[in-house]
Write a protein that binds this ligand. Structure first.
Ligand SMILES: Nc1ncnc2c1ncn2[C@@H]1O[C@H](COP(=O)(O)OP(=O)(O)OP(=O)(O)O)[C@@H](O)[C@H]1O
Ligand SMILES: [Mg+2]
Length: 380
């Protein structure tokens, strides 16, 4: 896009001269010429300029007053301003720079000098824009890390109490199973409760370790059995009318990942899929080996290398998401299910775990059609 420059001078001869000597710049600059401060103010209200060149001495509002107005207005403050003067007053330069001008040129001005100074002002404007964009990103990162820190502290406190309650649940389900006859169907169900409770206990231990900032021991696992166990426990919790499509793993390769953490990943993805399919649908899980090349790796996954990966797919035929929602789903505390008890932590946990193993989570979704999450884990 062409850069926008505004030229302001009350002398028609000077404006015509500027137009003439800058004729060959029309390919790179969009130039507007105003013959008074009031005309310039009108132009400034209508357009966004990158740079303005202002004559100092003008009838009515002079160039310095116009400069002060530009720098006082939040909309025009970031524009670079170069002053132009025929006056030989030494104090003008410091006055203009104090008011926020980038430069002051004396008339008559040579074409090469003028073009070089305006280019310099345009460069400064670009740096300014880049810095502002970086600032926004940094601010967002600080907010995110503060949120995560808070979540860590809260989670550690709650995990401690949860652990006590889980011990009771597991203890009582074991005692009750023991009191029931050997062939009792309820005994089988109680075993599931014990298993789920044990898994939950392991997750709670992880949260406690996370709170203490100690590294979890890194395990290895095959994902097939983790998927089997997860689906078995999850089936009763899925809405009525949801069919599970899982034909078993296409590979039994080991991945460098802790089984409990992979269980967390699956649980979160499957529970989300269940929420999206309140009126039934198909939950499809698959596990295959695949290759990822450098182009498929996003820039914020610098620790990831191209190569062989396990790809776990969790797809649903539920509500789906619009692109604006999908953009935020991995942010901690982002939820569209706040009124139904959603905390917005599930997918941020999934992403943290997978990224920690040098992997990647991607999502494809379409409103009204469904959602597919793909988890890539590096194969050793
Ligand atoms: N399978 C899916 N289909 C449609 N939307 C989804 C799906 N999975 C996640 N989302 C969207 O992503 C948001 C964030 O998901 P996340 O799991 O992080 O939090 P949550 O499910 O809202 O709450 P929590 O998991 O903490 O109970 C959801 O609120 C939802 O808008
Ligand atoms: Mg969730």
């Amino acid at each position: 896009m062409k850069r926008q420059i505004l030229f302001v001078d009350d002398e028609p001869k000077v404006l015509r001269g500027l137009q003439r000597i800058l004729r060959d710049q029309t390919d790179v600059w969009d130039m507007t010429f105003a013959s008074s401060a009031s005309e310039a103010t009108e132009q400034l209200a209508q357009n966004d300029y990158d740079v303005a060149l202002l004559d100092v001495k003008m009838p009515g509002k002079n160039g310095l007053e116009l400069l002060a107005g530009i720098k006082a207005d939040a909309r025009t403050r970031d524009m670079e301003v170069v002053m132009l003067t025929g006056l030989r007053d030494q104090s003008l330069k410091s006055q203009a720079l104090d008011l926020g001008a980038a430069d002051l040129l004396n008339k008559p001005v040579l074409k090469e000098d003028l073009v070089a100074r305006l280019n310099n002002a345009l460069r400064m404007k670009s740096y300014h824009e880049k810095l502002q964009a970086q600032n926004v990103v940094l601010e967002q990162q600080v907010i995110l890390s503060q949120k995560m820190e808070l979540v860590g502290v809260l989670a550690a406190g709650m995990a401690h109490d949860l652990n006590n309650i889980l011990t009771l649940i597991v203890g009582y389900s074991e005692i009750t199973a023991f009191l029931l006859p050997d062939d009792s169907k309820a005994r089988e169900k109680l075993k599931q409760i014990t298993r789920a409770g044990d898994r939950a206990g392991m997750i709670v231990q992880q949260i406690l370790r996370f709170g203490k900032q100690t590294e979890a021991p890194r395990g290895r696992c095959t994902l097939g059995p983790v998927i089997d166990e997860c689906l078995e426990l999850l089936r009763p919790a899925l809405p009525e009318g949801v069919d599970i499509e899982w034909e078993g793993p296409e590979t039994d390769r080991l991945v460098q990942a802790d089984a409990t953490e992979m269980y967390q990943v699956l649980m979160n993805l499957c529970i989300n899929a269940g929420h999206a399919m309140k009126h039934g649908g198909v939950l499809k899980i698959s596990l295959i080996e695949t290759e990822l090349d450098a182009d498929s790796i996003p820039p914020d996954h610098e620790e990831m290398c191209p190569g062989s990966f396990l790809r776990l797919e969790v797809s649903d035929t539920g509500d789906g998401m619009d692109p604006a929602t999908a953009e935020h789903i991995f942010e901690p505390l982002f939820t569209t299910r706040g009124s139904q008890g959603g905390t917005g932590l599930g997918l941020s946990v999934v992403q943290r775990i997978v990224k920690n193993y040098g992997g990647l989570v991607t999502v494809e979704s379409s409103r009204g059609e469904g959602t597919s999450f793909f988890v890539y884990l590096p194969l050793p």
